[in-house]
Design a protein around this ligand. Structure first.
Ligand code: EPS
Length: 387
């Protein structure tokens, strides 16, 4: 796989760091492009106090010179403004100060207990800090670079929310890019901002009740050429790679591609996307039930992925837990958190899809600089049209 990336950083540490390797040389890139994506991740009705503190900005540390990539690893830094308030409690060295109270009441649904057992930690903060969805800011920065790369080939990625809690209004707009555009002006990324009031109401209600909410979002990619991924080996299948990437996002519990689970209820003739051909265009499909993949390979139709996010595990009216020191039944610990983060997760989903597709495109085309890749891409597209 030509692209590799890593993120590092605790939620209340000094900063998040990411390294992305494999992006070819001569891709135009700017911090303002990445920052726009970081800001999109911070939005959404129902976020907690943290988003009022942070205004995420990227600082490039390597891989870029005079606004263009140079083929070397791209290292990026995103500072945590909240670090100022956590310097004592999250000090990198020395003994813990008196003021540090160990987090010993694991929250059901969070990584607290499983991570504490796994890493032999008696202060579960040592687990929750990294398990926090704060890490996704790093993924969005990496995804932004991949999005910029894909745009050079006319591939666009977007997302929108289709439900929060039990509320699932019908989506009227059929065009995916238009849905995305509508979602950009909605407080909850629903592709119809006139429904925001209904969503606000259920989020406010949940907050009042000490509850949290989950929901479902869709991520799509248009302009994807056929032939990315492969049927020849399990780990080359593009649908499997997309599903893994999406499932790795904090709190995601379900991933569907195209019609997903719904397809299992239908007859074959109602599901499979009939094939057509047009002079000058080449092959097309009469619909897109399969979400742009067949046999683990992209088929040229838009990729459509649906993700289900569970409710945030931190509850202001906590569930039963056990104190890991006293072994007594207690209420789970509380942390500042969001009531709902589905709109933010959909932006993270865009980043993950961008990373998978950029990787698969690089795999298909090979090459070390943009000029080489573009030449190969347009030649390949010509071949596809005439196949
Ligand atoms: C998040 C930052 C976190 C949480 C949230 C997402 O900040 P803090 O813990 O300081 O409030 O708001 O993380 C979680 C939902 C979680 O379960 O950890 C962010 O930057 O997205």
């Amino acid at each position: 796989m030509p692209l590799r990336f890593l993120t590092a950083g605790e939620s209340h540490g000094k900063a998040l760091v990411c390294i992305l390797e494999g992006i070819p040389a001569n891709l135009e890139l700017s911090s303002s492009y990445v920052n726009r994506e970081l800001q999109r991740r911070q939005r959404g009705y129902g976020r907690g106090g943290r988003m009022k503190i942070e205004s995420d900005q990227v600082e490039f540390l390597s891989g870029l010179r005079f606004g263009k990539t140079i083929g070397s690893p791209i290292a990026m830094l995103i500072k945590n403004k909240d670090w100022e308030n956590w310097q004592d409690k999250m000090a990198y060295e020395g003994d813990p100060p008196e003021s540090v109270v160990a987090f010993t009441r694991p929250r059901p649904g969070h990584a607290d207990l499983a991570g504490g057992i796994k890493y032999n930690q008696r202060d579960l903060r040592n687990v929750l800090e990294r398990a926090s969805a704060r890490e996704t800011a790093g993924r969005v920065a990496v995804g932004a670079v991949c999005k910029k790369f894909l745009e050079e080939f006319g591939i666009k990625i977007g997302s929108y929310v289709i439900s929060i809690g039990g509320l699932k209004p019908d989506v009227e707009e059929a065009d995916l890019l238009k849905r995305h555009q509508l979602a950009e002006s909605s407080e909850v990324r629903f592709p119809d901002p006139s429904r925001d009031e209904d969503f606000r109401r259920i989020v406010d209600q949940a907050k009042e009740n000490g509850e949290s909410l989950g929901g479902v979002f869709e991520v799509f990619a248009v302009g994807v050429p056929p032939g990315l991924g492969s049927h020849v080996q399990w780990d080359k299948r593009i649908d499997g790679r997309i599903a893994q990437a999406m499932m790795s996002i904090q709190a995601i519990k379900g991933v569907e591609i195209g019609g997903g689970f719904e397809l299992a209820k239908r007859f074959g003739s109602e599901v499979h996307d009939e094939i057509g051909w047009q002079e000058g265009v080449g092959y097309f499909r009469y619909r897109n039930s399969l979400g742009g993949t067949e046999g683990g390979i992209t088929n040229g139709m838009p990729i459509v992925v649906r993700c289900a996010m569970k409710p945030i595990p931190t509850l202001t009216k906590p569930l039963r837990s056990v104190d890991i020191e006293t072994k007594k039944s207690v209420k789970a610990g509380k942390e500042r958190s969001d009531v709902v983060a589905v709109p933010a997760a959909s932006v993270v989903g865009e980043a993950m899809l961008a990373i998978v597709l950029a990787d698969a495109l690089l795999e298909k085309l090979g090459g070390d600089h943009m000029e080489e890749l573009k030449e190969r891409f347009f030649k390949y597209m010509e071949y596809v049209k005439n196949y």
